[in-house]
Write a protein that binds this ligand. Structure first.
Ligand code: FEO
Length: 394
């Protein structure tokens, strides 16, 4: 593919990764991803905004060759994670005079992670600017989107914000800009859930920080660019600031059918009371879908059988993840079964210290559920519906 010009002397030079299906050995990528890199030529200097994952560095180099780039003065490294920084050493080999521009913290991390020599860096303070000649780059420190060293760049004359991971989405597409808003909304929400949600308080501050910038285009380092910035800004505002909704997320595993029976009954009981339920069988679910559901949910109810005196390992994994993602949940409970005993409730309750939730009376059943157990599930469903109503959750 050829590099594409998005504004006079501003080019997309990154790479599309159609086939990648897992990120960080953890996050499913059903739609692949892209590593966006941008070349900005001023009348005097040339800057490269982020690079690409090292597996795609030949694509970046080919784009630079196609454009006949003889000199790069600055490489802006918004973020030290290797999917954006990993090709910096390769670009430095080709353009040894280039300086890496980043936050002081990012400098230390790039030295540690990529062994880049210290003399290659220019570290910049918050709101510092550099002129390329007719094009001014303003660097905006934005820590914890999603590592501590992150920053954004605002190109003043063109009113373009380059936010790296912030506002990104894992989508492989030839579209430069968001065309299918439904698809991009879903992918961006998945991205927010998995990457940004644990840092919601910092995201809030950074959204505040950029709100007075006039932005015509948001050009993230994953997925399509947003030429209608209000689309993605509005979505982020809702994910960060809105109250959770009248939704129960129900991740579960069943080994011999008891927990499944309880889940089926409980979903119906909640539905009858006007509560939306999102049910996930953890033996087959895409964990990204579960993360996405947690963005809006008010309640999590974990369904598990008892294995070796505790929760099923897949349930323990999902609970660990939910705790790490720090969603806006207000209530939590546990349903499930056991054969002869165990400490499932204590163990699961001890795994969610980050969730500021009220724990509602769990329903644990010995063997297969009976009349009294279904009654207890009705009571739990009633309690949740009431709690949601009292909290005015829409
Ligand atoms: Fe796209 Fe945090 O790297």
């Amino acid at each position: 593919m050829k590099p594409r010009e998005i504004r006079p002397e501003i080019y997309c030079v990154g790479a599309i990764d159609w086939d990648r299906r897992l990120f960080d050995g953890l996050i499913p990528l059903p739609d692949g991803t892209s590593y966006n890199s941008y070349l900005i030529k001023g009348s005097q200097k040339t800057a490269l905004i982020d690079t690409v994952d090292p597996t795609k560095e030949e694509v970046l180099v080919d784009h630079l060759m196609q454009l006949g780039v003889e000199k790069i003065d600055y490489m802006v490294a918004h973020h030290a994670e290797q999917d954006h920084s990993g090709a910096i050493p390769c670009v430095l080999d080709l353009y040894p005079e280039a300086k890496v521009i980043c936050t002081p913290k990012c400098k230390g991390m790039l030295i540690d992670l990529l062994l880049i020599p210290e003399e290659k860096f220019i570290s910049v303070e918050d709101k510092e600017t550099i002129s390329l000649g007719g094009k001014t780059l303003e660097f905006i420190h934005a820590p914890w989107v999603h590592w501590p060293e992150t920053m954004l760049t605002y190109l003043r004359e063109e009113r373009i914000l380059f936010p790296c991971d912030f506002f990104g989405s894992h989508i492989a597409t030839t579209d430069l800009y968001t065309t299918d808003e439904g698809q991009v909304y879903e992918a961006a929400k998945r991205y927010f859930a998995e990457i940004m949600m644990p840092f919601r308080a910092n995201i809030e501050k950074n959204l505040e920080k950029i709100k007075d910038y006039a932005i015509d285009l948001i050009a993230p380092s994953h997925g399509p660019m947003h030429n209608k910035p209000e689309f993605i800004l509005k979505a982020y505002h809702s994910w960060v600031f809105d109250e959770p909704k009248n939704i129960v997320v129900l991740p579960f595993v069943s080994m011999h059918g008891s927990t499944r029976e309880m889940v089926a009954y409980f979903v119906e009981a909640l539905t009858q009371r006007g509560v939306t339920v999102k049910q996930f069988d953890l033996t087959v679910t895409d964990i990204g879908k579960l993360a996405m559901a947690l963005v809006d949910a008010a309640t999590i109810v974990i369904g598990t059988p008892t294995v070796l005196a505790g929760p099923h390992p897949n349930v323990a994994y999902a609970t660990f993840l939910a705790n790490a993602l720090r969603p806006k949940l207000k209530f939590a409970s546990i349903i499930g079964s056991y054969g002869w005993g165990g400490r499932t409730v204590e163990q699961l309750a001890g795994m969610i210290p980050n969730l500021k939730v009220e724990i509602l009376e769990p329903v644990l059943v010995k063997g297969f559920p009976r009349e009294a157990n279904f009654k207890a599930l009705d009571n739990l469903a009633e309690t949740i519906a009431q709690k949601h109503k009292e909290a005015n959750l829409g």
